[in-house]
Design a protein around this ligand. Structure first.
Ligand SMILES: CC(C)(COP(=O)(O)OP(=O)(O)OC[C@H]1O[C@@H](n2cnc3c(N)ncnc32)[C@H](O)[C@@H]1OP(=O)(O)O)[C@@H](O)C(=O)NCCC(=O)NCCS
Length: 232
């Protein structure tokens, strides 16, 4: 069973599992796959056409074309979020995301699981945000950038470069400041490994030294592999 508010619009190509709550005036259109137990706030739009100049905008809201949107399980999407259809590929959200009000996820973005995006954070097209990353209020990410697992992006920051796993970045343009020790501890790194990682990020703000260290750290090497793979 899903609890869909009577004022919500759910298009004919939308599929969903069970236990979803769809709020007032939410609009779900085009090819959208929603898993189980997601909470969709009022005025959220999922699946509007990709914002691509020259895109053949549909003649009817029943036939919104695109690469689709896939949303996993137990995500919370607060008021006014915009999740656009894919263009070249599907736009994807994993599981257990906390996506606060007015967040924008553009076409072809891929979010991992346990991602937090604070109010008004915005991703341009094709951005990858890996597991447990946290984007502060109003953060902006340039198209095609890859935010590694466990990264913290400071409030109002403008991310113009890929950010390696477990880094903390801030500013405009954002720069590495230190490690995100909170997440390093949460994924189970020892106190010594957390200290080493923090020292590496603080001593070499390019992140190269820290990435080499992570690649040889038990329990963290897979984060580097996933980050490198997403960068293509
Ligand atoms: C980035 C962040 C995690 C850093 O926290 P912190 O390490 O405790 O940082 P501090 O407050 O000690 O500040 C350290 C320095 O960074 C600066 N700074 C902090 N946050 C910054 C940001 N977002 N952008 C630019 N500079 C920032 C501070 O001014 C300070 O500079 P100074 O040393 O020249 O005085 C935090 O400031 C932040 O932005 N958190 C997200 C907040 C948010 O989005 N809240 C909404 C949740 S609903």
């Amino acid at each position: 069973m899903n609890a869909i508010h009577p004022s919500a619009v759910v298009g004919p190509e939308v599929t969903m599992g069970t236990g979803n709550v769809i709020g007032p005036f939410a609009v779900l259109v085009g090819r959208v796959e929603l898993g189980d137990h997601n909470w969709i706030g009022s005025g959220v739009t999922i699946g509007a056409p990709p914002e691509v100049r020259g895109w053949d905008h549909p003649t009817s809201w029943d036939s919104v074309d695109g690469g689709g949107v896939q949303i996993g399980h137990r995500n919370v999407l607060r008021e006014g979020c915009q999740i656009h259809q894919g263009w070249k590929a599907v736009t994807k959200l994993g599981d257990d995301g906390f996506i606060m009000n007015q967040v924008y996820v553009a076409h072809d973005c891929r979010l991992g699981s346990h991602v937090t995006m604070a109010s008004g954070a915005r991703l341009a097209g094709h951005v990858v945000v890996q597991d447990r990353a946290n984007l502060g209020m109003g953060a902006l990410v340039h198209q095609r950038r890859v935010i590694g697992a466990g990264v913290m992006v400071g409030m109002g920051s403008v991310v113009t470069r890929d950010v390696p796993p477990l880094a903390l970045v801030m500013g405009n343009p954002s720069r590495i400041s230190r490690s995100n020790r909170y997440q390093a501890e949460r994924i189970g790194l020892s106190a010594e490994d957390c200290d080493r990682l923090d020292a590496a990020y603080r001593s070499d703000l390019s992140g190269v030294v820290a990435v080499e260290l992570l690649a040889s750290t038990a329990g963290a090497s897979s984060l580097v592999e996933e980050w490198v793979s997403a960068r293509g």
